[in-house]
Design a protein around this ligand. Structure first.
Ligand code: ATP
Ligand code: MG
Length: 242
């Protein structure tokens, strides 16, 4: 469960996130939707205890990012889109194992997790190759496996399908569905309503750091009387509070 409670983040004079409140239930795949610069990454970085909120708090499975960051870190996996920051001279397996050891997992458990993740993500042909020569999609798979190595309850995916081809994006979505079946709580950010619609029933829509809508996509469609998600997105963004 993720509970965002009146959270704000200020960078100098810029307010990246302003008084944001929403809640993701346990076992839910929830969308965080907003344009470039809306505050999605900042929100997720606060959830992952990488950034401290300026005001408010976030609870992850009941633990406060402010007061219990270690408990939060143990339960959370975060994946950023774009450059994934792997060690190019290490193999995929070594990259993932390194993260497993940072979480304090015993080596045998780490290898079990790597074998299982490499099956699910179809990484077996290259799991023991150095990542330096990998394609964007192959690197992204390694990054996903690294995010999941400690089997976190809450998974934050920040624009994870950006730059993936149709096949890789489909494998990725299947994996999200599978994680949901395992009971994981997943927050998925995107600037693309269509992408969110493929995985999520409920969303928070943010614009310039403020919440503009939270709730079911069906309710949004009804409210605006259209199925065109891009039109709805623009109407919410331009229309002020709802
Ligand atoms: N470390 C930082 N220092 C100063 N300003 C920052 C910092 N990080 C983010 N910002 C600002 O906060 C605002 C929100 O940025 P953020 O990266 O959270 O947006 P986003 O929704 O993830 O956008 P994108 O879709 O482009 O990834 C932007 O105005 C950005 O310039
Ligand atoms: Mg971002």
């Amino acid at each position: 469960m993720i509970e965002v409670k009146a959270v704000s983040k200020q960078f100098g004079t810029i307010t990246a996130v302003r008084d944001l409140t929403f809640r993701v239930e346990e076992g839910e795949v929830y969308g965080l939707l907003g344009e470039n610069g809306a505050g999605k990454t900042t929100t997720m970085r606060m959830m992952a205890t990488i950034l401290a909120p300026t005001a408010g708090d976030i609870e992850i499975s009941g633990f406060s990012v402010r007061h219990e960051p270690l408990e939060v870190r143990r339960r959370i996996g975060i994946l950023f889109g774009g450059e994934v920051g792997l060690y190019s001279r290490l193999t995929a397996r070594e990259n993932i194992a390194y993260f497993g050891s940072l979480y304090g997992l015993p080596p045998s458990r780490v290898q079990e997790r790597i074998d299982s993740l490499s099956r699910i993500l179809e990484m077996e042909p290259f799991i023991d190759r150095r990542v330096g020569a990998f394609s964007r999609g192959m690197k992204q798979k390694v990054a996903i496996a690294r995010t999941l190595v400690h089997d976190p309850d809450v998974i934050l995916l920040d624009e994870p399908t950006t730059g993936l081809d149709v096949t890789a994006a489909t494998i990725f979505r299947r994996m999200v569905t599978r994680l949901q079946e395992e009971g994981k709580t997943i927050l998925f950010s995107s600037h693309n309503m269509g992408e969110i619609n493929k995985l999520c029933k409920r969303v928070a829509l943010i614009h310039k750091g403020r919440l503009r809508f939270s709730g079911g996509l069906d309710a949004l469609r009804k409210q605006f009387g259209t199925d065109d998600l891009d039109d709805i997105f623009m109407a919410v963004v331009e229309g002020g509070e709802h």
